[in-house]
Design a protein around this ligand. Structure first.
Ligand SMILES: C[S@@+](CC[C@H](N)C(=O)[O-])C[C@H]1O[C@@H](n2cnc3c(N)ncnc32)[C@H](O)[C@@H]1O
Length: 395
């Protein structure tokens, strides 16, 4: 059955709008992609879309096996045939062909002819070690998420809100929280920390997008030279603090602080060490050792914690903030009320599965910060829903 008349009319109107957009302007690209997707959905047979949703169960497992075989790295070195790939990977030619059909249909790899393949910009990104680590880590995520069916049957379809008693514990049969489990499972922890070093923004770095230099230094508040400028709480391997440093320019030792768990700080590879950073192993459920900093930043941290735990974490920051000077920055997803980005919607389920936590909408962030004794003074979001929320002490 062809698309309905109204679907054709809708697609025609959207195509007409598309013709008026300046494609050479990068700021228009998100809108163009949204419109093209809406044309594709309008014209696609609903049954085909439904079948696609079902058959997509095979997509991620295929990606995992291709990653294990190192196919993305091998293609990054030049085009290859199925026979050549099979030889280089130590795999059966027909298996390679079948797996690669999924990747070529998804546009991840280019099919240059029968059984002939070339890299694409996407497959070259997937070949980078931090993305390869993300695929490995997500294999565990996928297994936990697939177990949700059983988990929800057993728990009467309650929304998980407990860090220590949720899908993660149920699937792995462990009493440990995810971060405590990661601390004991070296290989997965390495994948986790490496994956976190990817920059999740599309286009500009968040530090540029949110104009952080002027927010930190030029906000009509005299800077206190005796307190750090920026404390990255749960800052991982320092991936974001390096961006902050690049944006601020001149910084002296002690102005930029990286805090994370002992198991993370002690395992930062030497090539990622920065002599200008202060490294503090710190459990954010205990008293904050750095007092009166200009910014306490939580990037991709509070979405890992349900409200009760997030409030405990924030309480230790509120206790050391200088009124009228210190700010809390939340850098995280801010789910819009309608039209959530697909990746953000999927991450929301990952946060639920791993931590009994969530991606919050604006109202949920406001409530959480209000309960912590903080007042939101600014919110800025990017196209993919990633945003910066600035908050100050309420009192
Ligand atoms: C999702 S990662 C985000 C890392 C980094 N901020 C980023 O955006 O890439 C969460 C971070 O919180 C850290 N973390 C978890 N529990 C912690 C705790 N109790 N104290 C300090 N850091 C913790 C983890 O080690 C990890 O680096």
């Amino acid at each position: 059955m062809a698309a309905t008349e109204s679907a054709v009319a809708e697609a025609t109107a959207t195509i007409a709008q598309l013709a008026t957009i300046d494609v050479s302007d990068p700021t228009s690209h998100s809108d163009i992609i949204r419109k093209c997707n809406s044309v594709a959905s309008a014209l696609q047979h609903p049954g085909a879309l439904a079948l696609q949703a079902i058959a997509s169960a095979a997509d991620f497992p295929a990606l995992v096996v291709l990653n294990d075989l190192g196919v993305f790295q091998k293609l990054a070195e030049g085009p290859l045939t199925a026979i050549q790939l099979a030889e280089k990977c130590g795999a059966d030619r027909w298996l390679i062909v079948r797996l690669l059909r999924v990747a070529t249909a998804a546009g991840m790899i280019q099919e240059t002819g029968p059984e002939s393949y070339a890299a694409t910009p996407t497959s070259n990104i997937l070949a980078i070690p931090s993305f390869a680590a993300g695929i490995s880590l997500s294999h565990l995520s996928a297994k936990i998420i697939y177990s949700l069916r059983t988990y929800f049957k057993e728990t009467q379809y309650r929304n998980p809100r407990n860090y220590l008693n949720g899908p993660f514990q149920s699937y792995l049969d462990t009493p440990l929280g995810s971060f405590e489990w990661l601390a004991q499972n070296e290989e997965t922890r390495r994948d986790f920390n490496l994956f976190m070093t990817i920059q999740r923004t599309r286009g500009q770095h968040w530090t540029t997008n949110f104009n952080i230099k002027s927010r930190i230094l030029h906000d009509s508040v005299p800077i206190n030279p005796d307190a750090p400028l920026y404390v990255d709480v749960g800052g991982g391997l320092g991936q974001d603090l390096r961006l902050v440093k690049a944006e601020l320019g001149d910084v002296s030792k002690g102005q930029l602080v990286l805090e994370d768990q002992v198991s993370t700080i002690n395992n930062i590879p030497t090539d990622l060490h920065d002599a200008d950073f202060e490294y503090i192993p710190h459990d954010f459920f205990t008293a904050q050792p750095v007092k009166g900093a200009r910014v306490y930043s939580f990037k991709g941290v509070l979405h890992d914690w349900p409200d009760d735990k997030a409030l405990q974490i924030l309480s230790h920051i509120v206790a050391v903030m200088t009124p009228g000077y210190s700010r809390v920055w939340i850098l995280d997803g801010i789910v819009p009320d309608t039209g959530a980005d697909k990746v953000l919607a999927e991450l929301n389920l990952c946060m639920m599965a791993w931590y009994g936590a969530l991606e919050r909408n604006r109202e949920q962030w406001g409530e959480l910060l209000g309960q912590a004794g903080l007042r939101v003074v600014g919110v800025q979001t990017m196209d993919d829903g990633f945003g910066l929320i600035e908050a100050v002490l309420e009192r």
